[in-house]
Write a protein that binds this ligand. Structure first.
Ligand SMILES: Cc1cc2nc3c(=O)[nH]c(=O)nc-3n(C[C@H](O)[C@H](O)[C@H](O)COP(=O)(O)OP(=O)(O)OC[C@H]3O[C@@H](n4cnc5c(N)ncnc54)[C@H](O)[C@@H]3O)c2cc1C
Length: 449
């Protein structure tokens, strides 16, 4: 709904005033604008709407879900181009939502894995990923880095403990370990991931599960009955003692409060002008935290030609970060393989054409499964770094960033409240972290009633 300035002022005059926890007099929220219809924005809007608050969500895209995006390009196999898994189903709020939405899930396990070794490494005598020994070295490197006064990157930490040059085969095993354990997990390059704070944060226990009909079942469930305006790209947010005004390419909307849930990548690009400018703490947090990259390549084949009962197919090669992890969808009856690229390699291959990427994937799959495998009948490829509503996949702790940066990002700025995965101190980079941050922002606003 478009509100005129006069209506806005009348509405503000009518708002009951309460004391905020900071001792300032603040109007109780009766109208709230949420920027972004990802899981954080939907969670916040739902919690507010349930308490009778008039909420409008302004979403730049022509769809809801943000980094939860189920593709129906292949109508018989819905595929998630953004988030796929509930990581740790036990006590995870997304598990409760999945149950409420009656969304069917399939468990996958990192223990169900096979390793394939590139022929160039086999020729050098490499037979395994040498994981136990490399894990020991990397743990030692990170422990030593933790004792340093100043933060360094994971790469710098590992380089410090490698006292003499290593063989090409050892280097490949080390790169494989660092890519699969850190870059694919946190989405940042080991050259920028913080050795001291990278692993800050918590996780839920239990199994990991995929959605048979797509993650969008969760966002669609949350969105029911909410007032969501699509195609509204916010360019300016003005806020003051009396309320907020939010400008999109079409119009200006006003409300008592706003909740900002746009991704860290968008905040880093300064595509939204804040007036007054954001606090220094917030600006430092936006600059210091990293926005990482994880991209997906789904390949559909005429039939399953790989072992059906193995979830993860891992590829150890001298080409750093190249097609290191593959997930099989054979378990759900789909002849589909999903290949991942993370961090620097993902940035490089984002610039390749679909054709070049598929050709490269096929070269690798042939070394893994033999020359006689069929050509794919289709491909779906993501390029999250180029997405103007995300500019990356999810946030990570870059060198020099601390937990306090996330807390500063989450802190209200007067009438602006903040949510989204990057604001989560406990579960950053995840769907559940984003969801919980939205619920928290709504709770903080409701306390003003
Ligand atoms: C490839 C990939 C794989 C992932 N895998 C997993 C996984 O398996 N499990 C997991 O838990 N997490 C995973 N994640 C992370 C997870 O998707 C995110 O943490 C979560 O979805 C973020 O939700 P959000 O609400 O914070 O942000 P978003 O979903 O990004 O929502 C923000 C919304 O703001 C909108 N917006 C941006 N700019 C503007 C603007 N100027 N005006 C108006 N609207 C704007 C966006 O369009 C978007 O809809 C993955 C992410 C990616 C990209």
């Amino acid at each position: 709904m478009f509100i005129t300035r006069r209506h806005f002022l009348t509405m503000l005059a009518a708002s009951p005033l309460v004391m905020s926890p900071l001792g300032e007099t603040q109007a109780a929220p009766s109208r709230v604008i949420v920027i972004g219809a990802g899981i954080a924005g939907l969670a916040a809007a739902r919690a507010l709407a349930e308490k009778g608050i008039a909420v409008t969500i302004l979403e730049g895209r022509e769809r809801i879900g943000g980094r939860i995006y189920t593709s129906h390009t292949w109508p018989d196999i819905p595929l998630d181009l953004g988030a796929s898994w509930i990581h740790g189903q036990h006590k995870n709020p997304i598990t409760d939502l999945a149950k409420a939405a009656q969304a069917q899930r399939v468990v996958t396990s990192y223990d169900s894995a096979a390793l394939y070794i590139d022929p160039r490494l086999s020729k050098l005598g490499v037979k395994s990923a040498n994981e136990a020994a490399i894990a020991k070295l990397v743990t030692q490197a990170l422990n030593q880095a933790n004792q340093l006064e100043q933060d360094i990157s994971v790469k710098a930490a590992v380089d410090r403990v490698l006292t003499k040059p290593v063989s090409p085969s050892y280097q490949a095993q080390l790169d494989f370990y660092l890519n699969s354990k850190f870059e694919q997990e946190y989405s940042g390059s080991i050259a920028t991931l913080s050795a001291q704070t990278m692993e800050d944060g918590k996780s839920f226990t239990g199994t990991d599960a995929l959605f048979l009909q797509g993650y969008e079942q969760i966002t669609n469930y949350l969105a029911q009955g909410l007032n969501i305006q699509l195609g509204q790209t916010v360019t300016k947010v003005a806020y003051g003692a009396k309320g907020v005004s939010v400008t999109t390419q079409h119009q200006t909307h006003t409300a008592d409060y706003a909740i900002i849930t746009v991704p860290l990548g968008v905040l880093k690009r300064n595509t939204i002008q804040f007036s007054p400018v954001l606090s220094r703490d917030k600006q430092i947090a936006i600059q210091r935290l990293g926005m990482g990259l994880l991209n997906k390549t789904y390949l559909r084949f005429p039939k399953v030609f790989w072992p059906k009962n193995i979830d993860w197919h891992e590829y150890l090669s001298p080409d750093k970060g190249r097609w290191v992890e593959w997930v099989s969808f054979a378990k759900i009856g789909a002849p589909v393989l999903l290949g991942f690229h993370a961090a620097d390699t993902a940035r490089t291959v984002e610039n390749w054409t679909d054709q070049a990427l598929v050709a490269d994937a096929m070269k690798v799959l042939k070394t893994m499964f033999g020359n006689n495998i069929p050509q794919p009948v289709g491909a779906q490829i993501t390029r999250w770094a180029k997405d103007p509503f995300a500019y990356g996949s999810y946030s990570f702790n870059a060198v020099g960033s601390t937990l306090q940066d996330r807390k500063n990002l989450a802190k209200p700025s007067g009438r602006l409240f903040w949510a989204g995965e990057a604001t989560s101190s406990s579960y950053q980079g995840t769907v559940h972290g984003a969801y919980l941050s939205g619920v928290e922002a709504a709770k903080a606003l409701l306390k003003l009633r």
